[in-house]
Design a protein. Structure first.
Length: 323
């Protein structure tokens, strides 16, 4: 049996996807993102954006552009998704139909924004599946933006949907939904990690994801020049809120996010040593450096190695065979 089967015994585990989700709207930025992905490798996803990327009146052409880029030979790693217009938009189904007509088999996921309920998500998935099936794709992963009161109220039900892979927090729309009751400072740091209603939303989303084996993706950092702010936000998102992925909205943010979400090299080496020793005793209890370890701690160290792998870190040879 594979170690993951022994350690988790049928539990639903989150898929291993890159820790950074980089958004690009214009053709220039989309092509620049592709170039960066070639240079750095598939350590970050790219999300081509219909919702904020398409100019008014240019929605159809923009969706066609995204579909064309998805099937271009420049998409070497297959780690590109697309955010479509919201479910109430007249362009919602048009985006889906056009993009999947071009690239149903190449797109990594579709992002659905501004849902108000689990019913909205179910309806969106039904529509996506109908169009995907026409072009030979089943069970296309869906990412959902949680940015309304209704979506937050239904967050556990949304996370439980099998086809949902990731939930993202849309902090700016969420704050705006409170019509001034939450100050604008809560969209930025340090306010976003202090205001109770914002932190409640973040924690509810993370908890729902972890309960159902899904990926929680942290909101954007609006600061694009000072990368130390980005790095700090990413570190706090991971360490304090339990997020395992984060948005990037500028190329300068990608590397700080990836680095912040990666485990320390000392943790990786410790995890490799413990799991290698555990494997030799068929995953029974061991002592390592004077401390007892069993399957409970093995599961933790397994996730350390998975995070390292997703971040592109080199892994000790002792564990590469069973990752």
């Amino acid at each position: 049996m594979h170690p993951s089967e022994v350690l988790f015994q049928g539990a639903t585990l989150p898929v291993s996807i890159p820790v950074c989700d980089h958004y690009a709207g214009s053709e220039k930025l989309m092509r620049k993102s592709l170039q960066m992905q070639h240079e750095l490798g598939p350590i970050f996803d790219i999300t081509f954006d219909c919702e904020d990327g398409a100019a008014n009146g240019n929605e159809e052409a923009h969706a066609n552009l995204i579909g064309t880029l998805l099937v271009d030979e420049e998409n070497k790693f297959g780690r590109i998704g697309a955010r479509v217009h919201d479910v109430e938009s007249p362009f919602f189904e048009q985006d889906i139909a056009i993009i999947l007509q071009h690239a149903a088999k190449r797109i990594a996921y579709l992002v659905i924004p501004k849902v108000n309920s689990v019913a909205d998500v179910k309806g969106a998935i039904t529509l996506i599946n109908r169009h995907a099936k026409k072009h030979g794709r089943t069970k296309l992963p869906v990412h959902v933006l949680i940015e309304t009161h209704g979506a937050l109220a239904d967050v556990h039900a949304i996370a439980a949907l099998p086809q949902v892979e990731c939930l993202s927090f849309g902090i700016m729309d969420f704050v705006s939904e409170h019509y001034g009751a939450i100050p604008g400072s809560a969209m930025r740091s340090p306010g976003q990690f202090v205001h109770p209603l914002v932190m409640r939303a973040k924690l509810e989303i993370a908890a729902a994801c972890h309960a159902h084996g899904k990926i929680p993706s942290h909101n954007v950092t609006t600061e694009i020049n000072d990368t130390s702010v980005v790095a700090s936000d990413a570190h706090r998102a991971a360490a304090e809120c339990g997020y395992t992925r984060m948005w990037s909205i500028h190329p300068n943010q990608i590397k700080p996010i990836v680095k912040a979400f990666a485990p320390r090299l000392s943790e990786v080496n410790e995890a490799a040593a413990i799991l290698s020793q555990a494997q030799t005793v068929q995953w029974g209890p061991i002592q390592h450096n004077g401390k007892l370890h069993d399957r409970a701690s093995y599961r933790y160290y397994w996730t350390i190695l998975q995070r390292a792998k997703a971040s592109g870190m080199p892994l000790p040879e002792s564990v590469t065979d069973f990752l």
